[in-house]
Structures are given as structure tokens and as C-alpha cells.
Design a protein around this ligand. Structure first.
Ligand code: G3I
Length: 552
């Protein structure tokens, strides 16, 4: 007889296989979940129990377009344990049963939050509050621990302020930071197989709040606290701009070893709605999906609801709304097409490589750069020509020197007085690579590059009593030839200490900080810029920040 644990694993595997299996015949008109599954990602939505019980169209779209479900409210503390020790799962079970019927996974939301938690919890003393929290987690996670549909949980939600300090919630004020680690440990004990997440808003880009989250996750994992995943809520608004460093931010969390995910995506606009705002909104949705697709550790994207008919936004932000991909009449908006096409991009089924590019012709060669052009490739496999890779021929393992979307490139960061043999391969939208072009040979001029030089300038992104974030520090190649590395130095005022950095490697000696480029942002063509950032703690009352940056 199969043990219940084995049955659970087998059932889980079945569900995972059912929604992850790529379909070879994914058509452009296929639902979002088909395309997401082909990419190995989930596409989720949050569901409300009211319309789920009463509206056929709501059920049809929810069941057919998505492969992951979050309960918008039904799993929150006020719903599952309104009075101490009285657990009710009617709404939560309604959501989980719907998901099971539709072969969807469920992400549990949320165990420990400062909102939608009954008054009886908030009034407890420290010892009683800690044990109420541990019991709540044990009961709620335990209720679904043997249910193969429920695969992950938001264990703690929204613990930081915008400036990166701890939110002054009743949790923090009563228990200090320790409630976070205790909550994760209780959740792991209740379901060793569930993926455990920390979740927040305004952490999509690199800023003080996301850096605080980054530092917390890093420190918890170093202590062995079971934090498996980080959720970026992504409640965006077109009037505030898109967090263009979202992919970079997800990537830095991924480097900590955690899974990342977009958990509550919506993109609101100010009323009235018009076609231009719809188009901008669509680009935001596309950018988010593309950021997740580009980060291997990103598991998927959940949209916070799907129809403007049932959205939290107008209740919270007067004169704003229309945040979702379906309008209030269940008609698809441009945002739907954007999500669909981003997920469908690089259409699966295209296994035909582009034609081989022509032999590169060598143009201007300097001590560290070389211009190449070649005759273009064509692609007939369906996904379309995406661009070209240029490699250095070096025998067993050739080096990728650069990428271009057109049939030309200026290679930079080359070594002086060096012979290069290079070839080009075309790539299509499905990732197929063409054959190698014939080789081109050139030798760079003697160095140094000449006309080299760079500048650096820092901007205070945010500051508070005890610290600040400098982002971006913009590094610009002001010379006439490309550079392949840079070093920025600056001085921290006395008593200031570095607490975090990104997109450069920083070393501190006394109060002098030396920032060297990361592996991926050292090459700068003339006039090109890149940036890095860092966070500093300072004595409270001190308002100083570094005043000058030098670049070499
Ligand atoms: O169910 C009652 C109903 O009986 C009553 O008549 C009505 C009157 O206002 O309220 C109903 O409850 C509302 C509940 O949603 C269900 O619709 C609450 O007032 C309302 O505050 C609650 O809002 C939810 C909000 O969290 C509460 O903070 C939103 O639906 C939900 O979308 C939103 O979700 C949060 C995530 O959990 C965490 N991240 C941010 C996100 C947006 O705020």
C-alpha cells in the first residue's frame, strides 16, 4: 500500500506536470496558462469568494486563463481565525476546491500581517502573541499540508517602511524582529514541503526598502531560517513610472539563493481611462512579465484579480482604477494582449535555426574596439530573427564578445596589440542559433586606448535619521575610446558605515570606499554610462552624505 506521503508526492507531481508540460501546439490564441507553462512559469490571479460563487464569466476566465490562484482575502487571519482558537476554512476551501477542479496550484496569502488581523491578536502580550502566532500558522498551514494544490505561503507580509526601517506594527512593537524568524520556523514545521515566502510592496526596484528586504533575507538564510522565496507585490501606477531596474533587483535576490515571484501585479491609472493610458499600462504589464521571464529564479507572475469589476484599487485610491487586464465587462484590454504576447514570445515549436550570417567585414579598429558588419540572416521557423552573437575563436571554448540586434557591431573592451579571430551566429526568438559565419581576423592597435577617462556622480535617492541610499552613482566614459573596467572612490563622513551595495564590488579602508565594476557593467563605449548604488548607516542627527566621487 502506498504511504500517504508517497500518494501526496505522486499527486503533486501529476499536478505540476499537468500545468508545466509544454504544449507543442501552443497557438497565439491559447490562454495565458498554456504559454506560461511552456516557459516553465506560473501565471496567477487572486480570487474573491463572492464573484467566484455567483458569476459564471468570472469562474470561466479564472479557471481557463490561470494556473495559480491566490485567495485575495479568504486565507487572511480575520477570515480563518476570527476568534481565538475558532478556525473557519469555508472561504479558503472554496478557493482551494476551485483551484483543484481547474488543475491550478494555490499560493497561501497571508499568515502574519498587520492588516486584516483581529483585535484579539493585537491586544495580546508578548508571550501570548508569539504562541497565538505559532498556533495560527500551525493550524492554517497544517489544514492544507496534505493538500497537493497548496504549494506555497506568504509567511510574513509588509514588515518594512518605505525608508527601509522596520514597520511599527503591533507585531514588531510587541515582539521585535524575532517574530519573522519564528513565523518561518513555525510554517516549516507545519508543512516541510511548502515554499515559504516574504512579501512586500514598493520593493520592485532597487531602493531603501528593497535593500532592507535583501539584507533581512540574506541574514535570515545565514542563520538557517527557512526563507525560500521573495514576493514582489508590484502594485504599480502609470503616473509614477515603471521601476526599470526590476529585473536587476530580482536578479540580486536570486543571487541569495531564493526563488523570486511577482505576487500582486496591477497597474492603476488616474480616471478617466483612455486609449493612451491603456497603451502605457500594457507596456508596464509586458515589462513585468519580461522581467520575470528573463530571471531563471522567477517562478511566475500573479495578477491581483483580473477584472476591473472586482478590484481593490478604487476603494483605496479615489479617482484611480482600471488596473487589470479585463475591463468591468470582462472584455480584454491591451494589457491582456501584452501579457499574452510576452508569455507567448519565442514561440515554442520553432526548432528551425536562422540562416548563417555572411563573413564579417572589419571596419575601424582601435586599441580596444573593432567595428564589424556582415550580411544579414533570415529566419523561417516562426519566432523571427532576434539578433546576432559575436564570438572570439579560441579553440575549445569560444568567448562571446558581444550581441547585436542588427547586422553590425562595434566590439569594445578588447585588449591592445592583440590578434582576434571572430565569427557571428544569428539567433531567433526561440533561442535557436545559426551555424558559424566564416572567420574575420584583425589586430588591435597598441595601447593604452588613449583619450580614456571617466566621471562619477552620486544621487541621494532617499535618506532618514539613521542612514541613506545613494542610487544611482552614474559612471560615464568621458573618453574617446571604450573602457573595459572602472574604479570609483569616495569618502564616507566619520561615523558612517556601509551596509549594502549593488552593481559594483565595494571595499572599505578606513572611511575610503573603493567601488570596482561588476563583471557585467565594466565595458563602456565612449559617452556610455552605467550605475551602481549603496546604502549607509549614520549616527542619528547627522545629515551628511559623501560629497565627491572620483573615477579612474
Ligand atoms: O467583507 C466585507 C463586507 O462584508 C463589508 O460589507 C465591506 C464594507 O467595506 O467590507 C468587506 O471587506 C473588505 C474586504 O476587502 C473584502 O472585500 C474590506 O473592507 C476591505 O478592506 C478589504 O480590502 C482588501 C485589502 O487587502 C485589505 O487590506 C482587498 O480586498 C485586498 O485586495 C487587499 O489585498 C492586499 C494584500 O492582501 C496585501 N498587499 C496589498 C493588497 C492591496 O491592498
Amino acid at each position: 500500500m502506498l504511504s500517504s506521503a508517497l500518494v501526496r508526492v505522486l499527486t503533486l507531481l501529476g499536478i505540476v506536470a499537468a500545468f508545466l508540460l509544454p504544449t507543442t501546439s501552443a497557438q497565439a490564441s491559447a490562454p495565458l496558462r498554456t504559454h506560461a507553462a511552456a516557459k516553465g512559469k506560473f501565471i496567477g490571479t487572486a480570487l474573491a469568494t463572492g464573484p467566484l460563487g455567483s458569476e459564471t464569466t468570472y469562474r470561466t476566465i479564472a479557471g481557463s486563463e490561470f494556473n495559480q490562484i491566490t485567495a485575495e482575502n479568504a486565507m487572511k487571519w480575520e477570515s480563518t481565525e476570527p476568534s481565538q482558537g475558532q478556525f473557519t476554512f469555508s472561504g479558503a476551501d472554496q478557493i482551494v476546491n476551485f483551484a483543484t477542479q481547474n488543475n491550478q496550484q494555490v499560493h497561501g496569502h497571508t499568515l502574519v500581517w498587520h492588516q486584516q488581523t483581529p483585535g484579539w491578536v493585537q491586544g495580546l502580550g508578548a508571550t501570548a502573541m508569539r504562541s497565538a502566532m505559532q498556533n495560527h500558522i500551525a493550524q492554517v498551514v497544517g489544514h492544507y499540508a496534505d493538500n497537493p494544490a497548496v504549494v506555497s505561503w506568504d509567511v510574513v507580509n509588509e514588515v518594512f517602511d518605505e525608508n527601509g526601517g522596520w514597520r511599527s506594527s503591533f507585531w514588531y512593537n510587541t515582539l521585535g524582529q524575532s517574530f519573522v524568524a519564528d513565523a518561518f520556523r513555525a510554517a516549516r514545521a507545519a508543512d516541510p514541503d511548502a515554499r515559504l515566502c516574504i512579501n512586500d510592496y514598493n520593493v520592485e526596484g532597487i531602493n531603501a526598502k528593497s535593500t532592507a528586504m535583501y539584507n533581512l533575507v540574506s541574514s535570515l538564510r545565514q542563520q538557517g531560517v527557512p526563507v525560500d522565496c521573495v514576493g514582489f507585490q508590484s502594485h504599480l501606477a502609470i503616473q509614477y513610472g515603471f521601476p526599470s531596474d526590476m529585473q536587476q533587483n530580482m536578479q540580486r535576490f536570486a543571487a541569495l539563493g531564493v526563488q523570486v515571484r511577482v505576487t500582486e501585479l496591477d497597474v492603476r491609472m488616474q480616471t478617466p481611462r483612455d486609449s493612451s493610458k491603456d497603451a502605457t499600462q500594457a507596456t508596464y504589464y509586458r515589462n513585468v512579465v519580461n522581467a520575470c521571464l528573463a530571471v531563471t529564479a522567477c517562478a511566475g507572475v500573479t495578477i491581483w484579480g483580473f477584472t476591473d469589476k472586482h478590484s481593490w484599487v478604487p476603494d483605496t485610491f479615489p479617482n484611480e482604477g482600471f488596473a487589470l487586464p479585463w475591463d468591468a465587462n470582462y472584455q480584454q484590454k491591451p494589457a491582456y494582449t501584452a501579457v499574452h504576447d510576452a508569455l507567448a514570445g519565442g514561440t515554442s515549436g520553432d526548432t528551425t535555426a536562422p540562416s548563417t550570417p555572411g563573413t564579417p567585414a572589419v571596419g575601424t579598429v582601435t586599441s580596444n574596439s573593432a567595428a564589424l558588419t556582415w550580411s544579414a540572416s533570415t529566419d523561417t521557423g516562426g519566432s523571427g530573427l532576434a539578433g546576432y552573437n559575436v564570438y572570439r575563436e579560441q579553440g575549445a571554448t569560444d568567448t562571446l564578445l558581444g550581441q547585436s540586434t542588427t547586422a553590425s557591431i562595434t566590439l569594445t573592451g578588447l585588449s591592445p596589440s592583440t590578434q582576434y579571430q571572430v565569427y557571428v551566429r544569428a539567433r531567433d526568438g526561440a533561442g535557436n542559433l545559426s551555424g558559424n559565419s566564416a572567420l574575420a581576423t584583425f589586430t588591435t592597435q597598441s595601447g593604452p586606448g588613449g583619450g580614456g577617462g571617466c566621471t562619477a556622480a552620486g544621487t541621494v535617492q532617499t535618506q532618514w535619521g539613521g542612514g541613506y541610499v545613494i542610487q544611482p552613482v552614474t559612471v560615464t566614459n568621458t573618453g574617446t575610446s571604450a573602457i573595459s573596467g572602472w574604479t570609483v572612490t569616495f569618502t564616507l563622513p566619520a561615523g558612517h558605515t556601509l551596509t549594502g551595495s549593488w552593481n559594483a564590488t565595494l571595499t572599505v579602508s578606513g572611511q575610503t570606499v573603493t567601488a570596482k565594476n561588476a563583471a557585467y557593467n565594466g565595458n563602456l563605449a565612449p559617452n556610455a554610462s552605467t550605475s551602481f548604488g549603496f546604502q549607509v548607516a549614520r549616527p542619528s542627527g547627522d545629515t551628511q552624505t559623501p560629497s565627491a566621487y572620483t573615477c579612474a
